[in-house]
Design a protein around this ligand. Structure first.
Ligand code: UDP
Length: 331
């Protein structure tokens, strides 16, 4: 019998790409999403059940109707700057929303959840690469709203037997290579899409947020991971919990860092066009470097990124943005 997975935030960026992977692996998918930041046209691999995480009755309805075997929980707000200005939004939607979801799971007897956590829970790490057991000390409400959920999940296991896999993403990037879905944020704040914007739009100039960090070229270093590799990790995490695996936490990154300037140069290399840019001040809350140790996910889940080299990430993102340009022109 086909098993059903309930995917919150399945209309968003990482959620929609993961649904594609789940569908290819034979899962039946229900996307629970309020479309506040997701996109109806990204729900291509299952049924959309519109609902808000804070709406307990609607959640109960979804669990009663679909009786999901497991939950994969992407739905969240994820802008660091916004979280600093409006922490209430983050603690309400990300933290309290997850409590509501877990209550519905406990009631319905669904006992497995994969949770999208973040390297932002580490704050400013003192050692690199970052391993899962390092101190977590977020420096913004976004990271804190996710760290709270990590703790809440442990309590729900004790009280209700809900096992969880927490996946701490590093920098998700790229798009489905077949061009079906990609990265669409409004507003867009992420580095790779903005570099591509610079290539495609004559009037746009990228601001590099600081070139005086203690890194090899003075710009920030991040660990970029292809969204389809992330999707594959979720698939493996689902299999792991389904096979009786104990609750655990994994970094999802490549173990390799790339600087902002290196990304700019790679976008120029891949697209063959210049990225107009200027140096601006540092962005508050940006640690100089974030690089994952990906050793644990490889060892326990058997997961290895296979398409996260920077050129592949950028090439798929570029293809997607060309398609988006055509879509917008046709509107
Ligand atoms: N960045 C930048 N200019 C931009 C957007 C991002 O210099 O317009 C830098 C940012 O400071 C960080 C890196 O690019 O060092 C990645 O930022 P992004 O917002 O893509 O992801 P984050 O690391 O914040 O999750």
């Amino acid at each position: 019998m086909t098993k059903t997975v309930l995917v919150t935030g399945g209309a968003g960026y990482v959620g929609s790409h993961s649904c594609k992977a789940f569908a290819e692996a034979g899962w039946s998918i229900v996307v629970y999403d309020n479309l506040s930041r997701g996109w109806r046209d990204f729900v291509q691999f299952g049924e959309l059940f519109e609902g808000d995480l804070l709406d307990a009755d609607r959640l109960d309805e979804a669990f009663e109707k679909f009786k999901p075997e497991a939950v994969v929980h992407f739905a969240a707000f994820a802008y660091v700057g916004e979280s600093v200005d409006q922490p209430g939004l983050y603690y309400e939607n990300n933290t309290l929303g997850t409590v509501r979801l877990l209550e519905a799971m406990a009631k319905a007897g669904t006992d497995k959840i994969i949770f999208s956590s973040t390297c932002a829970t580490y704050g400013v790490p003192t050692e690199m690469p970052i391993t899962e057991n390092m101190r977590q000390a977020p420096i913004n409400p976004y990271g804190m709203s996710k760290l709270f959920v990590e703790k809440v999940l442990d309590d729900y296991e004790v009280a209700h037997g809900i096992r969880s896999v927490k996946l701490r993403y590093f920098n998700a990037a790229g798009a489905s290579p077949d061009g079906e879905i990609g990265e669409r944020h409004e507003p867009e704040t992420h580095l790779i899409p903005l570099c591509i914007e610079g290539v495609l739009n004559d009037t746009f100039k990228l601001t590099i947020f600081g070139d005086d960090f203690e890194t090899r070229d003075g710009t920030c270093i991040r660990d970029y991971i292809h969204v389809m590799d992330l999707a594959d990790a979720h698939m493996k995490a689902l299999d792991y919990l389904g096979g009786g695996g104990a609750s655990d936490v994994f970094n999802l990154g490549t173990g390799t860092g790339t600087s902002v300037l290196e990304i700019v140069h790679a976008v120029e290399r891949v697209t063959g066009k210049p990225v107009p840019r200027e140096i601006g001040p540092r962005r508050p809350g940006d640690p100089p470097a974030l690089i994952a140790s990906a050793e644990k996910a490889a060892r326990v889940l058997g997961w290895k990124p296979v398409q996260s080299d920077v050129d592949s990430v950028i090439a798929t993102a570029y293809q997607w943005h060309l398609k988006e340009l055509a879509r917008k022109a046709a509107l």
